[in-house]
Ligand binder design. Structure first.
Ligand code: CMX
Length: 135
C-alpha cells in the first residue's frame, strides 16, 4: 500500500458551531466548508493546515457512528484518514494483511472524497480511513 500523506484527522464534537468557533478564534484557522453527510449521520466542518485537513464531526443521530462514539468515549479524535493512490488495491492489501475491512469497496464521503474504513479493532484501536479525491 502506498500512502501519500495524512489527508485529514476526524474529530468528534458535541456542538459543531462551538467547535468551529474554537478552531477559528483559538487556532486562527478558517472553516472553508460545512457539509452534511446523511448516509453517515454527521455534519462536518473542514479546515486546512498545510496539506492536511481537520474534519470536525457532529452527529445528527445518537445511533450513528459518531453519536455512539461520543456516548461511549466523549469528544475527541475519531479517525485518521490516509490518502492513497489506489483505494481498491489498498483494501485488498489490507485484507491480505489480516485487517478487517468496514467497507469492501470505496464509497462517497465528505469533501469530494472516495473513502473506505478499516476496523479499529484490527488497527491498534485507531479507526483508519483510506481516501482518494473522487473523479
Ligand atoms: N475509534 C476507535 N475505536 C472505536 C471507534 C473509533 N472511532 N468507534 C468505535 N470504537 C470501538 C468502541 O469503543 C468499541 O470498543 P469496545 O468493544 O472495546 O468497547 C468497539 O469499537 C465497538 O463500538 P460500538 O460503539 O459498539 O460501535 P460499532 O461496532 O457499532 O461501530 C465502527 C464501530 C468503528 C465499526 C463504526 O463506528 C463504523 O463503521 N465507523 C466507520 C464509519 C464512520 O465512522 N463514519 C463517520 C465519519 C464519516 C466521515 O468522515 O465522512
Amino acid at each position: 500500500m502506498k500512502l501519500s500523506h495524512i489527508e485529514h484527522i476526524g474529530i468528534a464534537v458535541s456542538n459543531l458551531e462551538n467547535a468551529i468557533k474554537l478552531y477559528e478564534t483559538a487556532f486562527g484557522l478558517e472553516c472553508y466548508k460545512i457539509e452534511e453527510v446523511a448516509e453517515q449521520k454527521v455534519r462536518t466542518a473542514f479546515f486546512m493546515i498545510g496539506q492536511t485537513k481537520i474534519e470536525l464531526l457532529e452527529s445528527t443521530d445518537p445511533e450513528g457512528p459518531v453519536g455512539k462514539f461520543i456516548e461511549k468515549r466523549g469528544e475527541g479524535v475519531h479517525h485518521i484518514a490516509f490518502a492513497v493512490e489506489d483505494i481498491n488495491g489498498s483494501l485488498s492489501e489490507a485484507e491480505k494483511s489480516g485487517i478487517k475491512l468496514l467497507d469492501s469497496k470505496p464509497r462517497k464521503g465528505a469533501d469530494g472524497l472516495d473513502i473506505a474504513f478499516l476496523h479499529p479493532k484490527s488497527t491498534s484501536g485507531v479507526l483508519i480511513e483510506l481516501c482518494k479525491k473522487g473523479s
